[in-house]
Every structure is written in C-alpha cells, then in structure tokens.
Design a protein around this ligand. Structure first.
Ligand SMILES: *Cc1c(COP(=O)(O)O)cnc(C)c1O
Length: 428
C-alpha cells in the first residue's frame, strides 16, 4: 500500500485478502506446516524458498502484522517479537557480538538500560552512554574501533527527552554504523525515524500500538538504507557466509532491504525463540487498526493535562515536550509535528508523602506499572519501581521523590483534569 496515507495503512496495511478469503487477518493457530516432499521442506531450511515450517521462526499471522508495521514506519522488512525487550535485544545482538561496543543515549527505558549496561556486558558487549544533548564532538568521542551500533529512544520513557534523530544518525553514519531508534512512545503516527536517517526502528508494541493493555509484544523494522557490504569488516554476521545456513551471505542473498530481518529471524528467532504468538499478533493488529485515531486523543489529553498541571501551586515542574517551557520543545516541533504522546511527568513539591497522598485520592487514574493504555494510569517511582532508593539517591538520578508519571488515556480530558484537581486539593 505504497501510495496511500498512513491512516489507511493502519486500517488496511499488511494483509490483502484475495477473492473469497477472510476479511480479517486469520489467526493461524498452528505450530507447524505440512509439506508433500522432504525436498520442498529442505528448500525452506536452506532459505532457498520462502514459506512456513515452524511457528518459532515465522507464522503467517505475525508476518501480516509485521508487514503492516513495516509499511507504517516506511521500512522494507519487519518482524514481531515476544516483547519490546526482545526487540531491542535482537536489534542490537543481530550486529554485535562479544568484543563489540554500543553507543547509547543515557536517556532510555530502564529495562533497556539494564539490558545494555548489565546483561549485554556479561556477553562481552560493552557500551558508552552519552547524554541525549551531546554535541557532535561529544558523540564522536564515544565511538571506538569496535563500535557497531548507536541506540536511542525518540521520546525516552520515562524522562520524556526528545532524541535529535538527525544528529545521532549523522554521528552513527560518520563512524560506519547504523542508528537504532526505539520509537515506542510517538509510534509511526507521530514520528517516523527512518525518514530522519535512522536505520532500524524498534517498538514495544505493548504500549500504544496495542493500546489496550492486552498483550506484551515487540517489533523490529529495517529501513533498508544501511549499506552493510560497504562496512563488511564491521558486520561479518551479515557480510560473511553463515555456516549454519550452508554458507549463505545474508547481505548478498537478501540485499540491503532484507538482510537484517532475515538474519534476525533465521538465527536469533531460531536460537532464542522470543516469538510473538499469533493470538497476540491478531490482538495487536486490532490496536493498529485504530492507532491513527487514538494517538491524536492521547496527545490532546497529554497536552491538556500538562498545561493544567503547570498552573498548579503544588506542582514544582512538569515535563512534557509539548509545553513551550520544555527544554525539548524545539526538537519536538521538528520531529513530532503532530505532538508526541500522552505521557506526562511532574514533580510534587511535597515529595514522597504528597505523591502517595495524591495518588491515593485519584479516582480515574489507576496506579499501574504501565503506560500508553486507553485507560489513564500513573506511577510514583519513589514508592514503586525505585522504592529501594533514598530521596537523595532519587534526586541524584533525576527522579525526585515527588515525581509522578501519568499516562493519559482516551477518557474525556475534562474528567481527567477534574480528577487531578480533586486529588491535588487533598494534599494542600
Ligand atoms: C516498555 C518499553 C520497553 C520494553 O517493552 P516490553 O514490551 O515491556 O518488553 C522498551 N522500550 C520502551 C521505550 C518502553 O516504553
């Protein structure tokens, strides 16, 4: 569906039924697929023919939905994974091995920070974290001979910093490596990083793409623009024969448009098996069908809530890139013309006690370790995800004890604001 608007791609992309075929994407609830001859199946194992043989590697339902996500991001190929964590791990591990190095923005999701800083370090892959505000010189200084990828988040969870995608992409390309961008928060409705120079895009589809808090999932999209063979010495996994597939060289056989996703499917899905179930993919697709309708409402509610909170005497500061006062407002205007997302964070002057009292009084916003749901939810890191830390430790890492992250859902914004107002009134 190359020539239609992204709104139409949300509804009809990825799956194009023929005459008499199901209108909705069929859930192919089958682990395996039947063949008439061993020769037929052998061709699949050798990657000589395309087709399905075992749902750990590929399943038609998942592939329809991945194809839709590829269209939405303007990529050439995509795959679904079992979670956003699996998507980010696969995107990095597909081109990094022991002895390699990653340059990553320090302003990223805590789970991804742990993945890169702790777990991948145990695999012998080291990382240098850079400020999202780093200058070109600071970025250049972070690269090493063995650097294989640059990683960042379009809008970071939970810091809500906005990545200067062009700056990070140019730095990556100066050093002959791709930029991988986690685009979970804006979704392709509000930003398409490939258009700004990113090479690989990842998603936690658990968030807005699903949008209803129904299924954990992830996705990886290849923009098809990175020339692996031009940097063949850095990417032997893509540019040298894979002995586990009879000596296939992915970058040659599948080209720039297909090599990355084919390798990640053939090797990483085969060996790690972080696959999404066809049931989950079906539910994810129901979310995608309304993504373009939902995102503007999430943004409208986020903006209204942020503007309301900024005027309240109990609130120290509000972080939301859509606010004029926000440090990232200019970048948001550049990359997020339609607005970013519905997640807002703000600091209550009264600290931990005020946050606890405030959240207890909320009637519409529920306390959850989640964001990007149709239902508004909120979290105080000091009393939940970061509760082992002292107030001083929290302040040092930019998460003051009174910080509340609120993910504005699809309810009426007047009701959300009234709920916040009555809860704030109780802590005066
Ligand atoms: C939630 C999240 C993840 C992790 O995704 P899961 O689906 O929970 O594994 C990664 N990146 C970002 C930006 C997220 O918000």
């Amino acid at each position: 569906m190359a020539n239609v608007n992204i709104n139409t791609k949300c509804v009809q992309g990825g799956y194009h039924p023929g005459n008499g075929e199901p209108r909705q994407i069929p859930i192919i609830q089958s682990t395996t697929f039947k063949y008439d001859t061993s020769e037929d199946m052998g061709k699949l194992f050798d990657l000589e023919a395309t087709g399905y043989f075992y749902s750990r590697l590929q399943n038609p339902t998942c592939d329809y939905v991945a194809a839709k996500i590829a269209e939405l991001e303007g990529g050439t190929a995509a795959m679904l994974t079992s979670s956003g964590q699996a998507a980010n791990f696969f995107a990095l591990f597909n081109i990094c091995e022991a002895g390699d190095h990653i340059v990553a923005s320090s302003s990223i999701y805590g789970g991804t920070f742990n993945l890169i800083a702790v777990t991948m370090a145990k695999m012998g892959i080291t990382a240098t974290f850079v400020s999202p505000d780093a200058t070109d010189e600071e970025l250049d200084a972070a690269f090493q001979e063995n650097t294989k990828a640059v990683f960042g988040e379009t809008i970071a969870n939970p810091a809500l910093t906005v990545l200067d995608i062009e700056k990070f992409a140019q730095a990556a390309h100066r050093h002959g490596v791709p930029l991988i961008v986690d685009n979970t928060f804006p979704t392709p409705i509000n930003c398409r990083p490939i258009e700004w120079g990113a090479d690989i895009v990842t998603h936690s589809t658990t968030k807005y793409m699903d949008g209803h808090g129904a299924c954990v999932g992830g996705a990886i999209v290849d923009g098809g623009n990175f020339n692996w063979l031009a940097h063949a010495d850095k990417f032997p996994g893509l540019c040298q024969p894979d002995e586990s597939y009879h000596g296939i060289t992915y970058a040659e056989k599948f080209g720039q448009a297909g090599a990355f996703i084919t390798k990640a499917t053939a090797q990483l899905m085969r060996d790690f098996g972080c696959t999404q179930s066809p049931q989950s993919a079906f539910i994810l697709n129901l979310g995608l069908e309304s993504l373009h309708v939902r995102m503007p409402r999430h943004v409208e509610n986020g903006q209204a809530v942020a503007e309301f909170l900024e005027r309240q005497p109990q609130v120290g500061y509000v972080s939301y890139p859509g606010l004029q006062s926000n440090k990232y407002h200019a970048l948001a205007e550049k990359y997020l013309g339609n607005g970013g997302c519905g997640v807002v964070s703000f600091n209550l002057k009264g600290g931990r006690k005020a946050a606890e009292a405030f959240m207890k009084r909320l009637k519409i916003a529920a306390i959850e370790t989640h964001v990007a749901d149709a239902r508004t939810c909120c979290l105080n890191p000091a009393t939940s995800t970061h509760r082992q830390m002292t107030d001083a430790q929290l302040a040092a890492c930019g998460i003051p004890a009174g910080l509340v992250r609120i993910s504005c859902g699809l309810e009426d914004k007047a009701d959300l604001i009234a709920d916040l107002a009555q809860a704030l009134a109780g802590i005066e």
